[in-house]
Design a protein around this ligand. Structure first.
Ligand code: NAD
Length: 295
């Protein structure tokens, strides 16, 4: 296929490279020209987003936020080929996703929201999980592209459902990581060995992905960012972004999400120091241990 790829950052660059390696013809664009230039072995670098999108079968965006997505969508939707497909893989707010979906539909194009989980490692290895919102026949058309970039594709429903799934998943992740870290902090104070806590919880009703697969305590469980001084990983800044998106969605829908709200406040406070913002979010363990008890 002829593919336009817009947003060649930490995630977009390896995703575009995997598509190129599989034989697709990629034209890429990034506002940061150096990002695009670093990919020039795999793709043709365009001078504008509109140039990257013109005449393509599919355009994929991998952008930092809803404002960037909206700006790019306004620029490219009018120039995209009739019945071509716009796939947004960024994590953005539900409202922008729906506005962009309406723009795409009004122009007679096909569209999907397809945010990912799996991080930079998954993007590089081509093992991302895609959570997809939009029409089933559109998904079927572009499934071969998802198969190259990812290991798992879940069709979540109509436009916006992919973003909804991503936001709900990361709200659980943020909260369970805090609960897991609080349990380690309490175990330390009670004189309970961390390895023993892991052995019990990971095979009991307190188990979760945060404990079993991504343990925040160093040298325990499978390899995780905790074993590498919390770098690289899923940055606390990104967790703050996703929890804030969840709270936007909760306010919009008047949903009671008290733990999600508190989790956002806890990570926001931790991320207020720049060196913490770039650490993996499981580094919150040290902060929890150092925060004085309040009766
Ligand atoms: P990034 O900041 O590395 O990349 C975003 C790229 O978009 C940058 O190169 C930036 O220059 C470019 N950009 C910004 N505005 C633009 C515009 N108007 N036109 C063209 N290019 C523009 O971010 P990333 O880590 O690649 O993340 C991308 C998206 O994927 C985000 O929405 C993020 O939440 C989501 N995500 C990231 C991870 C992760 O682990 N990094 C995991 C899952 C989801």
């Amino acid at each position: 296929m002829k593919i336009g790829f817009i947003g060649l950052g930490n995630m977009g660059a390896p995703m575009a490279k995997n598509l190129a390696q599989a034989g697709h013809a990629i034209t890429g664009f990034d506002v940061n020209f150096d990002q695009a230039k670093a990919c020039q072995d795999s793709l043709v670098v365009a001078g504008t987003a509109a140039d990257a999108a013109t005449g393509q079968d599919v355009v994929i965006t991998m952008l930092p936020n809803g404002a960037a997505l909206y700006q790019v969508a306004r620029e490219i939707v009018p120039v995209m080929a009739p019945s071509s497909c716009f796939i947004d893989c960024s994590t953005v707010d539900i409202q922008t996703t729906k506005q962009v979906a309406e723009m795409i539909e009004a122009a007679g194009l096909r569209g999907l929201d397809a945010p990912v989980s799996g991080g930079v490692g998954g993007a590089t290895a081509g093992t991302l999980t895609f959570m997809v919102g939009g029409a089933a026949d559109t998904l079927a058309l572009v499934m071969p592209l998802f198969d190259i970039m990812g290991g798992r594709v879940i069709h979540c429903g109509d436009a916006g459902a992919g973003q909804a799934a991503k936001i709900c998943n990361n709200m659980i992740l943020g909260a369970t990581m805090i609960a897991t870290c609080e349990a380690f902090a309490l175990a330390d104070q009670l004189g309970l060995d961390r390895q023993r806590l892991f052995d019990v919880v990971s095979t009991s009703s307190g188990s979760s992905w945060s404990m079993n697969s991504y343990c925040p305590a160093p040298d325990i469980g499978p390899q995780s960012p905790a074993d590498h001084a919390y770098r690289p990983g899923f940055s606390t800044a990104m967790m703050v972004k996703d929890l804030a998106l969840a709270q936007d969605a909760a306010s919009m829908t008047e949903t009671n999400t008290r733990i999600g709200k508190l989790a956002l406040q806890i990570y926001q406070q931790f991320a207020s120091q720049p060196e913490h913002a770039e650490q993996d979010f499981s580094a919150i363990l040290n902060d929890i241990k150092n925060t004085p008890h309040k009766p």
